[in-house]
Write a protein that binds this ligand. Structure first.
Ligand code: XMP
Length: 326
């Protein structure tokens, strides 16, 4: 029978069998999946695991600091933080196509991991084992939606499934590959991870890069980060975090509309709020958020975020719309 206890024991045994006495690295994204995958692998192989957090410049406000603090405090894991903002932004320059963005981000992630791998080996000295394994928090729905399941069309290249380069130098360790999100949360709890990590809402690996419709630039990212921080702050203040699955905030960077602010005409960008309710992200419904909360978010974003003069609400279920816009 399925119990989280059994899943943990079984996965630990499998990880030990797979990794042997070698080393592994795990990309931490700040999300539940990679955190739980890392905690499982740490249980299995101890400090032969090094976590790598890639700051690709596509994170939300204060997210990097949070990962550095919360996860290390909870697990005592070895963490390497790589500042790769310039690398990602220059690779994404001029790119608007969603699948191209996903593939580029996936590829750059791996390149950064490979570099981190070389550094970890060098730091370990001549008796250090090589790092042959890459841990990923891939879930069952990721596998299915990237076309890895049987008979399912490829919907999007999730960066940790469909977006890996062909010359990958690692073997993958994916202990969550058969699990759904709620099961991953239970496993996290069983492993003793704190609530702030276990109950975090999903956030995609490619980050804000797939929440800017159009080219990704530093300026646009900063703008979206401000809008997103306001939406999250107000949703938390209204006590809605546990009611919604997640609320992507999207910048329509290639769209402009006319507005009036102060006593002048503006020609700014719209921000889309995409609050959804879901059990497993395979299907979702748009969340009926209270009007007062929506009003507050809209007023604050248009007042506080430069170049945004309109806030719109996405009232589409999945299907037909996916949760993220790209
Ligand atoms: P979609 O947009 O496909 O999203 O309906 C389903 C869920 O998956 C998240 N998502 C991702 N997570 N890497 C991830 O780790 C990705 O590339 C990715 N793309 C989407 C999304 O936020 C939602 O929870």
């Amino acid at each position: 029978t399925w119990t989280t206890h059994n899943v943990v024991d079984e996965q630990i045994a499998l990880i030990r069998a797979q990794v042997g006495d070698k080393r592994a690295i795990c990309g931490l994204s700040g999300g539940v999946d990679s955190a739980v995958a890392a905690a499982l692998v740490q249980r299995a192989i101890g400090d032969r695991l090094t976590c790598v957090y890639v700051d690709h410049g596509l994170m939300r406000k204060d997210e990097t600091e949070q990962v550095e603090k919360d996860f290390v405090a909870a697990t005592g894991v070895k963490l390497k933080v790589v500042d790769a903002e310039e690398r990602f932004l220059s690779a994404l320059k001029g790119i608007s196509d969603p699948e191209e963005k996903r593939k580029i981000i996936g590829r750059e992630f791996i390149r950064v991991f490979e570099q981190a791998q070389a550094e970890i080996v060098a730091e370990a000295g001549e008796h250090g084992e090589s790092v042959d394994f890459l841990v990923q928090g891939t879930l069952y729905p990721d596998v299915v939606e990237s076309g890895g399941g049987t008979g399912t069309a490829n919907i999007k290249s999730h960066h940790n499934v469909g977006g890996l380069p062909e010359d990958l130098q690692f073997s993958l360790v994916e202990p969550l590959r058969k699990l759904f999100k709620d099961e991953v949360r239970m496993v996290g709890q069983e492993l003793g991870l704190p609530e702030e990590i276990v109950q975090r809402q999903p956030f995609p690996g490619p980050g804000l890069g797939i929440r800017i419709v159009g080219e990704v630039t530093k300026e646009r990212l900063d703008l979206l980060r401000e809008a997103d921080a306001i939406a999250r702050e107000e949703l938390t203040a209204a006590g809605l975090d546990r009611e919604i699955w997640q609320c992507p905030v999207v910048l329509l960077a290639d769209v402009r509309s006319v507005g009036v602010q102060g006593d002048g005409r503006t020609y700014g960008h719209p921000i889309v709020l995409r609050p959804v309710s879901s059990e497993d992200a395979m299907t979702a419904d748009w969340s009926r958020l209270p009007y007062e909360v929506l009003a507050k978010i809209s007023t604050r974003i248009t007042n506080e975020v430069k170049d945004v003069n309109r806030v719109v609400l996405d009232v589409t279920s999945k299907p037909p719309g996916t949760i993220e816009w790209e």
